[in-house]
Design a protein around this ligand. Sequence first.
Ligand code: SAM
Length: 293
Amino acid sequence: MYYGNPKGGLLADTLAGHTLVESSDIGDDALAEISLILEMHCNFSISVYKDKCMKRRIAIRMRSCRCLDASAYCNVLRQNSQELLLLKKALTIHVSQFFRNPSMFEKLKTIVLPPLFQSTVAEQKQLQFWSLGCAGGEEAYSLGILLHEFFAEDILQSPVKILASDIDDDILKTAVEAEYHEDRLKDIPEDIRENYFSHIGSRLQLLPSIKEMVTFHKQNIMDVDTFEPCEMVLCRNTLIYFTRPDQEKILRGIAHILPSGGVLVLGKSETLVGDVRKLFTTICPLERIYRRV
Ligand SMILES: C[S@@+](CC[C@H](N)C(=O)[O-])C[C@H]1O[C@@H](n2cnc3c(N)ncnc32)[C@H](O)[C@@H]1O
């Protein structure tokens, strides 16, 4: 099958004699074919993600495979299961860091967590947190460190459980392993790094006491009926890849499991959309922290 260039003619750059495919070279019919291959072989649907975002990432994989058009790349995908896995990985980008956006964690420490604990400590009630789209666990473990460091007495009286989920098996293995390259820890203050990690060669291993605070599981963010009730949801830098109707579906699912007063944190470039806006008030607009009404 040949997939024509949607803009007509080959839109491509050249570098050292190689033709470089651009995302604009991937037409909607090619995207549909790639989507079908992924669904058939990996049970992974890209229809919920923004097309532009998917095409950009597919083009990167096509360049790595030196495929000059989508038709050639589809053939590679059909014959090479390793490339299928690499494509899936590229489409579910896993960039994360410990204490990513440190100012957000500062806000959790100063204005969000104290009132949450105030309401549960008296009743010795459990507090459940959830990192949705947790990548390698950096976000969930950062929360664990924050709680351990600044709310040690509160968590004795009001036990905490941190859930963390992602769609990708490999990244979940990394999360459970909790062994990181230094660049994932560049936003961590020196004393936290020294107190909570041990060196294994050039890598850093998180302390077992923090690892034990987090339970990881595989879950598709689109399966909103499987969401578990909790008091705070961190859903940062994941929503952005989804189409607007699907963002709304996910946000509605989150609103459904949060009690009144429960907290939602989105990524810096994400926001509430549609009718879901009516279900939250804003705690901190800059850090995208919201409270369920
Ligand atoms: C950019 S990372 C965000 C990591 C972390 N929340 C942060 O802000 O640093 C996005 C994560 O969302 C996950 N993801 C993508 N699609 C998903 C889906 N349908 N269900 C669950 N997780 C998904 C990816 O595998 C990836 O690990």
